[in-house]
Write a protein that binds this ligand. Structure first.
Ligand SMILES: [Zn+2]
Length: 273
């Protein structure tokens, strides 16, 4: 890890009967991307690949330090801050993603990479690695642990993989939750809000987020509140600056305001089309 870059945080967030979950979070300056490792007796399952090269490599080094083979990587959705790192550090392991995610990467992955590489140079990997396997929604058992795989459409992204581990009441929600942070707001949040409602009412009590620390049910409900406020405010705010200011004023305790500088201009670009 380069000395100029702030360190990530990484550690065990769940530990029961030899089953461990590790969460690796990039610093706030790099969107606090959170990626996860589910460690069972004989294998590791990785969720997402980090954003920029140094943190992707550090995440891989953390995984390798556990001394077990990576059975597979799940890619949750087709946003660069989750799939770029796969090209830098996970090209040698099987990658599974929703079919819609694979189609988006096939269509846009390389052009997004070239565009960002002009901006961020060597922080961006030198290639896109395509997932080789389409996730089939349903139940799968990996190294003795049951995985319920679902693909949610029309939330933070066109297609979002949600993984529930029913035996331990854990849901890997990725970008449905920006834990403790400002949220990447989209124009129509209705389906996102109802999906979070189902998660809050579900048997799961621990939610792994795509940004920020592990969340509890209360944080899921706070995200519903945030998105509801954002939707109402978007309908009435005079301009992008007013919309952003309203979110900052309403949620001063939330970190990661830099995400608003990414999503708010996009929201307003959509309206003017
Ligand atoms: Zn993200």
């Amino acid at each position: 890890m380069s000395e100029q870059l702030p360190p990530p945080s990484a550690g065990v967030v769940f530990d029961r009967d030899g089953l461990r979950i590790h969460t690796f979070t990039a610093p706030e300056a790099f969107l606090a991307n959170s990626t996860h490792i589910i460690e069972t007796a004989n294998a590791l399952v990785v969720v997402d690949g980090q954003f920029v090269v140094p943190y992707a490599r550090a995440f891989r080094a953390y995984a390798d330090g556990l001394g077990k083979p990576i059975e597979r990587v799940f890619l949750s959705h087709a946003h660069v801050d989750h799939f770029f790192g796969l090209g830098a550090a996970f090209a040698d392991v099987p990658i599974h993603a929703p079919a819609q995610t694979i189609a988006t990467l096939d269509r846009e992955g390389e052009s997004l990479r070239v565009e960002r590489a002009q901006q961020y140079g060597p922080l961006v990997p030198d290639r896109i690695v395509m997932p080789q396997h389409a996730v089939i929604p349903g139940v799968e058992t990996i190294d003795g642990l049951k995985y319920e795989l679902a693909v949610v459409a029309g939330a933070e992204c066109g297609a979002q993989l949600v993984i529930t581990l029913p035996d331990i009441a854990v849901t890997v929600a990725q970008d449905l939750i920006y834990s403790g942070a400002h949220v990447y707001v989209t124009r129509d949040t209705q389906n996102w809000i109802s999906t979070l409602g189902l998660l809050a009412e579900s048997a799961s009590t621990l939610f792994l987020a795509g940004h920020g620390p592990v969340a509890d049910t209360a944080e899921v409900r706070r995200t519903i509140d945030y998105l509801t406020f954002a939707q109402q405010t978007l309908a009435t705010a005079a301009d992008p600056q007013a919309f952003k200011a309203a979110l900052l004023a309403a949620y001063p305790e939330r970190t990661g305001a830099v995400i608003l500088d990414i999503c708010v201009p996009r929201l307003y670009a959509e309206t003017s089309e």
